[in-house]
Design a protein around this ligand. Structure first.
Ligand SMILES: [Zn+2]
Length: 213
């Protein structure tokens, strides 16, 4: 038995999930200059409604050498802009990095198996959002029902067993709001109790606590 790695990276490693299509939202997207290259780095959050895990992945669009970096029509970023423009019937050139945060997308997730130095050891491989396949819709239009009935990624269960308690003692009755984030965990949700936004998990958890107490 050999110990080639004297330090533990495990906690910092980006997650690795099954290569597949997922629904996802953009948390951030920014231009980064590194090693003389300009890259647009994006952070994504997968929308897996009944999952306790919050899976966050990165995505990368290369724009080429920093000195002449611009968005070429053949680039991945240009195709992402066209996807949004096709949805809004707008001009792709007017699609800013910031505007990607306004939509949810169907994306393809890929496992990174090598870097510039060569193949990655199995335990170092990680998932990235490889490409936008389509725009799912505008986040502001996404009702709670819409969010909860997003296509399930594995198709095992077409009727997710999602049910929010109708009232949480101590907080208040269930209310449907605009899409916001759970105050306990940042999960996207459109439900609140007495002004407290709760995801399904934290609504149930709180209701269970109260029920036992
Ligand atoms: Zn939560």
């Amino acid at each position: 038995m050999t110990t080639t790695c004297p330090f533990s990276w495990t906690e910092d490693l980006p997650p690795r999930i099954k290569e597949n299509e997922y629904d996802a939202v953009v948390l951030s997207m920014k231009k980064v200059n590194r090693f003389g290259l300009t890259t647009v780095e994006s952070q994504w959050r997968l929308l897996i409604p009944d999952s306790r895990e919050k899976i966050q992945l990165s995505g990368y669009c290369n724009l080429g050498p920093t000195k002449q970096a611009k968005i070429h029509p053949q680039s991945k970023l240009a195709s992402w802009q066209r996807a949004v423009a096709a949805f809004t019937r707008g001009n792709p050139k007017h699609v800013t990095l910031k505007s990607f945060r306004e939509y949810w997308f169907r994306v393809r997730v890929r496992t990174v198996t090598r870097n510039a130095q060569g193949p990655l050891h199995d335990s170092d491989q990680y998932s990235v959002v490889d490409d936008i396949l389509s725009v799912g819709g505008k986040l502001s239009d996404l009702s709670a029902d819409g969010l909860l009935t997003l296509p399930m990624t594995q198709g095992e269960s077409s009727t997710p067993t999602l049910s929010y308690p109708s009232c949480i003692p101590g907080l208040g009755p269930l209310r449907k709001d605009a899409l916001t984030r759970c105050e306990r965990c940042d999960e996207l949700t459109a439900f609140s109790y007495g002004g407290h936004a709760r995801c399904l998990l934290h609504a149930r958890e709180r209701a269970d606590e109260e029920g036992q107490g």
